[in-house]
Design a protein around this ligand. Structure first.
Ligand SMILES: *Cc1c(COP(=O)(O)O)cnc(C)c1O
Length: 379
């Protein structure tokens, strides 16, 4: 009999979600507004320690609205981590703006402060203008080098948009990720640390911006008895049903973070002493990762196997694993945009693998992954 599939990261309900959804049905709040939307936004604000949040249809929509609110338009340049998922960069192109991709550094795998500053000074030299904003990603839950990056943004007056889609529950120096950006986003897609089946949020200390986001997300309706529009709007608001799932998920978020961190610890034990398998690791106690996904680098010269071999062997046992994100500057659709770096993200992509990390993995499933890894790495 074929073994059941072990997923990289699958939805994990806590139990309270259906109560909130049922309430929405019972009160007929089956709409893109209602008590669950308000409640979920409130929960997010409290959790992140940010004054304002707007619940939206996706993290990508949240980034798109952030760019619109900042007035990013055709021809503007926007800096973005190259090592990310396309959702971070697509909205820059929706606006007709130019994404400037910046490489990773090897400690956190996130944006390199050094190449960030190089990119900014080069763009000033070439265009006479400072890129307007930076979309900064915290990949796999690992905080980027925030002190250095925030300082550079302040020095050059670049607005910081924090893409914390993978990093809800992570923190840096005790402050939650999502609380560092002028604007910040979360995603609640199906594979994220918590999910609403699909959804996202935009957060900011700036109340006017979040009010504007809610306005734009509901088709930019002016205050009039009829439908009147003075601006282009979007249909980006989260529904009250979906937000009910989110309210339930917020009740278990911290528990799920603990489970993901325990899984990360488990893999470190399984692979301890394996030459050529190294982990993405918190550089020091300032960094707290939710370890959304546990990720390893495989050095073929030392391990005797390469990333694709490991991935395919796991797949034979019906265990899902996945290469790290393919950098945006290597993607056919983005490769013609300016890029700054020295190949760090390319090397990570070449050798890196995400391991099954869901908070709902059972002991039996983890045992299966463990024995497969021990066999593959000869341990
Ligand atoms: C998932 C993700 C997004 C996009 O979120 P969606 O809700 O899927 O639109 C953006 N950036 C990163 C880094 C992500 O992982």
């Amino acid at each position: 009999m074929e073994k059941s599939r072990i997923w990289l990261s699958s939805p994990h309900m806590g139990g309270k979600e259906q109560q909130f959804v049922k309430e929405a049905f019972d009160t007929n709040w089956v709409a893109p507004l209602g008590p669950n939307v308000d409640g979920f936004e409130h929960d997010l604000q409290n959790y992140a320690g940010v004054a304002n949040a707007a619940a939206l249809t996706s993290g990508t929509a949240a980034i798109h609205l952030a760019l619109i609110i900042l007035g990013i338009e055709r021809g503007d340049e926007v800096l973005v981590s190259t090592f990310t998922f396309s959702g971070s960069i697509n909205p820059i192109v929706y606006q007709g703006a130019v994404p400037i991709t910046v490489d990773s550094e090897p400690d956190t795998w996130n944006l390199s402060p050094e190449y960030l500053e190089q990119a900014i000074t080069e763009r000033i030299k070439l265009t006479g203008k400072v890129p307007k904003a930076l979309v900064l990603v915290h990949l796999y839950g690992m905080p980027a080098k925030l002190d250095e990056i925030v300082a550079i943004c302040e020095k050059y007056n670049v607005v910081l948009i924090e893409d914390a889609a993978e990093a809800l529950g992570s923190s840096y120096k005790g402050k939650k990720l999502g609380a560092f950006g002028d604007l910040s986003i979360y995603s609640f897609n199906g594979n994220k640390i918590i999910t609403t089946s699909g959804g996202g949020a935009l957060l900011s200390e700036n109340e006017e911006w979040i009010k504007k986001a809610r306005f734009l997300a509901t088709q930019a309706r002016d205050n009039a008895p009829h439908y009147q529009h003075s601006e282009i709007g979007y249909n980006y608001r989260m529904s009250n049903i979906v937000a009910g799932i989110g309210r339930g998920q917020m009740k278990v978020l911290d528990e799920w973070v603990e489970k993901r961190r325990a899984i990360n610890k488990f893999y470190r034990e399984v692979l301890s002493g394996v030459d050529g398998a190294t982990f993405l690791t918190e550089p020091n106690e300032d960094y707290f990762s939710n370890y959304w996904l546990t990720t390893i680098l495989i050095d073929e010269a030392k391990a005797g196997v390469n990333r694709e071999f490991v991935r395919e062997e796991l797949l034979k046992e019906n265990i899902e694993s996945r290469p790290l994100w393919k950098p945006m500057h290597m993607q056919p659709v983005f490769m013609d945009y300016p890029q700054y770096g020295n190949g760090c993200a390319e090397r990570l992509f070449e050798n890196g693998l995400c391991l099954p990390s869901g908070s709902n993995l059972t002991k039996t499933e983890l045992d299966r992954v463990e024995s497969a890894l021990r066999r593959i790495f000869n341990k």
